[in-house]
Design a protein around this ligand. Structure first.
Ligand code: 5GP
Ligand code: MN
Length: 316
């Protein structure tokens, strides 16, 4: 952490990036750090080559998020946040390879320490909590209301509103300090959770109709390309569906199969108390956390379901 802080203090030019399928922690930590670098009078660009979830627009509506092809910066430090491996970084290979130095700040247990400088705390609730800790070391006064807004978002989305086992005493301490910066926590909650388009609820209904329970302990639901099309909902706008599968009485592992293309299935895995779903995701080249992880299987929906469920059965 100190080496990273010294590098940040001694450099002027930064590109920030994060993982595909942006979520609250990814955007909260990236945009929070972006604002902090700006207030330290440094040059910073945030690059992310993916669609952004509409319910998080309150975080990104005031900044420009660049696509890789718009970048021609030279001599920059690349800071990647909330991303466990280089392949999942959502920017071009050129941006990854031409950085003068790379920094990896994360909390994924599956992080493979791919950068020149790595700070990975897999006990931290969120990457926002790691960024908070770092900013507090740099300057206790640097976190203003705007930055607090970003960091609070990642904290609540990754802890499920302080519900999951990754919620530590330090998470509450951080929440307390951020609230003192004047953020409106009800505004944030409403934007993220109480702001769903009607079609979000309709596609949720269709997805729940595919519910399948295996051996009483595994529950699966699906989202097909057809459902996305019928309901005019984009792939990155359906966060949270997998929780309905996990939260069934007696179920340990909840799985969502999201069909991105006919032969490309993005899988979300959640567990309740004892299965390490990060280990399951790793079998298929993915990763994540003990209780929340993901991977992609390039096969038909039926084959992906069969292969994944066979693996999960070994863990229950
Ligand atoms: P989600 O199911 O919400 O997409 O992701 C759950 C967690 O697993 C997140 O922390 C996410 O970063 C991680 N994750 C999801 N998909 C992948 C993947 O394909 N590879 C890796 N390494 N991590 C993933
Ligand atoms: Mn995270």
């Amino acid at each position: 952490m100190n080496k990273i802080i010294n590098t940040i203090m001694g450099s002027n030019n930064f590109i920030i990036t994060s993982h595909y399928s942006p979520d609250g922690d990814n955007l909260g930590s990236s945009i929070g750090l972006y604002y902090a670098l700006k207030s330290m009078k440094k040059e910073a660009l945030f690059v992310l080559d993916d669609n952004l979830p509409a319910n998080l627009d309150f975080l990104y509506k005031d900044i420009k998020i660049y696509k890789s092809e718009e970048i021609n910066t030279e001599d920059y430090v690349l800071i990647s946040l909330d991303c466990g491996d280089k392949d999942r970084l959502c920017c071009s290979d050129t941006i990854k390879s031409e950085a003068s130095l790379t920094i990896n700040i994360d909390h994924h247990t599956s992080n493979d320490l791919y950068a020149d400088l790595n700070y990975v705390d897999d006990k931290a609730s969120s990457t926002c909590e790691v960024v908070y800790e770092m900013l507090m070391k740099i300057d206790k006064n640097i976190i203003d209301k705007k930055i607090a807004n970003c960091l609070y978002t990642g904290l609540i989305t990754d802890t499920g509103n302080f519900m999951y086992s990754n919620t530590n005493p330090s998470s509450f301490e951080m929440a307390c300090e951020l609230l003192k910066k004047g953020i409106d926590k009800q505004d944030i909650i409403q934007s993220i959770y109480q702001n769903n388009p009607l079609n979000y609820v309709k596609i949720l209904g269709e997805s729940l109709n595919t519910l399948n329970v295996v051996k009483d302990k595994i529950a699966t639901i699906e989202l097909t390309t057809q459902m996305f099309k019928n309901n005019n909902i984009t792939f990155n706008d359906v966060d949270g569906f997998v929780n309905y599968a996990r939260d069934i009485n007696g179920v340990e592992v909840g799985i969502l199969f999201k069909q991105k293309k006919s032969n490309q299935i993005k899988i979300s895995l959640r567990s309740k108390s004892y299965v390490n779903v990060s280990e399951i995701a790793k079998v298929f080249g993915g990763g994540g956390h003990v209780r929340a992880s993901g991977c992609t299987i390039n096969d038909s929906l039926e084959n992906a379901k069969k292969t994944l469920i066979e693996e999960v059965i070994k863990h229950i």
